[in-house]
Design a protein around this ligand. Structure first.
Ligand code: IMP
Length: 457
């Protein structure tokens, strides 16, 4: 059994998004948690394959179908659509224990998982030792920095796994699950080196450390491999074959553009190219094939973990937005930092990801605020900065310059058409479009599928 798609907006959806033809990407334009899961879920029934290209179980996509809320971490959000094939591309780092847990959990909810889930044999595997390393690195760095949290990672082993991928001989790929003897040899070699590194890190953090046993890791991994093996494939070949057969692909970003390892607020970023720039290396599909990019944007802004956030609020408005927007992490449960919408950062992210349209999410959360602020430039050392700076220290010390616009009192949760939104909401949206130079094609006014206002219908 698979949940049914609400009929509310299927027919007009892709036309309204400007995505009636071609392949598209859906990518967050802030620091994550913008609501990509809901949008991908809405679009998935109109496309043939939903493809993850980056990140791992650090991502958390929550999708509401009817009254039921699903929390997905690794499996693409298209899994809730009856006909979509879901692919974990080569750029994803896969924690096999988490993936199996997710498969079993979804099956228990009545979701079909069989030939509709494909896993790239070139994707890399996250092991328990990566998670230990993640936490110890953060602790060791925090200790060295005098108690300040370093990156504030999700502790899911993402950074250490990508680092091992770059180191090459320290890495294990999904394809290795198909070769028991090869996997055994690799684990024996790698676990020995890991134990040395982890013991030293643990000592620096005054933490106890029990070395990993390569054979135990192997046996646990082989058990998980039993469940994963039927899904393993050459995903680049699968995707090219699908494109040649006229199928339509949706690339689902995890994390978000300002967390991109090359272009985000480095070093306070994740370890993959989570902007749409990662689609190509993370799947093997070249740039010109992806003709549309839908940028997902919260009507305000949130961030979890460390790092600069120029428009962050620490007042009653932040509290209110956090409570109404349920701004607590899907993956870690951490309260999210909250702030006003930063148009300078948004314009930068929209350019990087090549956004052809914006879906403005959680607009309903702003209802009832007497006034709304939009950051349109920064002040730093007496100078006006019109562009998003690369240096995290500059971002941390600059002062945002705001435009204040009137808020809207009306509850908009049941608005169905763009014209139903209050005038002040229209004005807010228009200012975003004017500054960023990208059209807002969808406004989300609640978590349900039918709480979606399409601009162009
Ligand atoms: P990591 O990806 O676990 O290494 O975490 C690096 C930083 O990215 C931390 O500040 C995390 O909180 C943040 N981060 C990673 N993934 C997500 C996400 O999906 N949403 C929001 N923040 C994320």
């Amino acid at each position: 059994m698979t949940p049914q798609t609400d009929p509310c907006c299927d027919s007009d959806l892709m036309r309204s998004l400007g995505m009636a033809t071609g392949h598209c990407a859906v990518v967050g334009l802030q620091w994550g948690d913008e609501g990509k899961g809901k949008v991908v879920d809405l679009m998935a029934s109109q496309l043939d394959l939903v493809v993850r290209y980056n990140g791992g179980a650090n991502a958390g996509h929550s999708v509401q179908v009817g009254d039921k809320r699903y929390a997905l971490h690794l499996i693409p959000s298209g899994i809730l659509s009856p006909d979509a094939i879901n692919v974990l591309g080569n750029g994803v780092v896969i924690d096999p224990a988490q993936l199996v847990k997710e498969i079993i959990g979804l099956r228990a909810e009545g979701i079909t998982i069989g030939d509709n889930l494909k896993i790239s044999d070139r994707a890399h595997l996250v092991f328990e030792y990566h998670k230990v390393q993640d936490v110890l690195y953060d602790q060791a760095l925090a200790k060295a920095m005098g108690g300040t949290a370093a990156i504030g990672t999700t502790g899911r082993g993402i950074g250490p796994c990508y680092a091992d991928k770059a180191l090459r001989s320290m890495a294990i790929r999904v394809g290795d699950l198909l070769d028991e003897a090869g996997l055994r040899a690799k684990l024996q070699r790698i676990v020995a080196v890991k134990n040395t590194v982890l013991a030293a890190l643990a000592k620096q953090c005054d933490q106890p450390f029990t070395p990993f046993d390569a054979d135990t890791v192997l046996q646990e991994t082989l058990k998980l491999a039993e469940i994963l093996r039927p899904h393993i494939c050459d995903s680049a070949h699968l995707l090219h074959t699908a494109i040649d057969a006229g199928k339509r692909l949706l690339f689902e970003g995890a994390n978000a553009t300002l967390l991109d390892i090359d272009h985000g607020t480095y070093p306070f970023v994740t370890s993959s190219n989570c902007s749409s720039l990662g689609v190509h290396t993370g799947t093997g599909i070249p740039g010109h094939k992806v003709t549309n990019v839908l940028g997902i944007v919260k009507a305000y802004q949130t961030r979890v973990g460390g790092g600069p956030m120029p428009t962050e609020l620490n007042d009653a408005t932040a509290e209110r937005i956090r409570e109404v927007g349920k701004e607590y992490g899907t993956t870690t449960g951490r309260p999210r930092r909250v702030g006003w919408l930063d148009l300078v950062a948004l314009k930068y992210a929209a350019q990087l990801s090549g956004a052809t349209g914006i879906a403005l999410m959680l607009m309903d959360v702003l209802s009832g605020l007497p006034e709304l602020k939009l950051c349109t430039s920064y002040q730093h050392n007496g100078k006006t900065l019109a562009n998003f700076p690369a240096d995290a220290n500059v971002l941390d010390t600059l002062t945002p310059v705001y435009e204040t616009v009137p808020g809207f009192e009306e509850n908009i949760e049941e608005c169905k058409r763009f014209d139903d939104l209050p005038d002040n909401a229209h004005a807010y949206i228009q200012r975003i479009e004017q500054f960023v130079g990208t059209h807002v094609v969808m406004v989300s006014v609640g978590p349900r599928r039918d709480q979606t206002v399409l601009r162009n219908v």
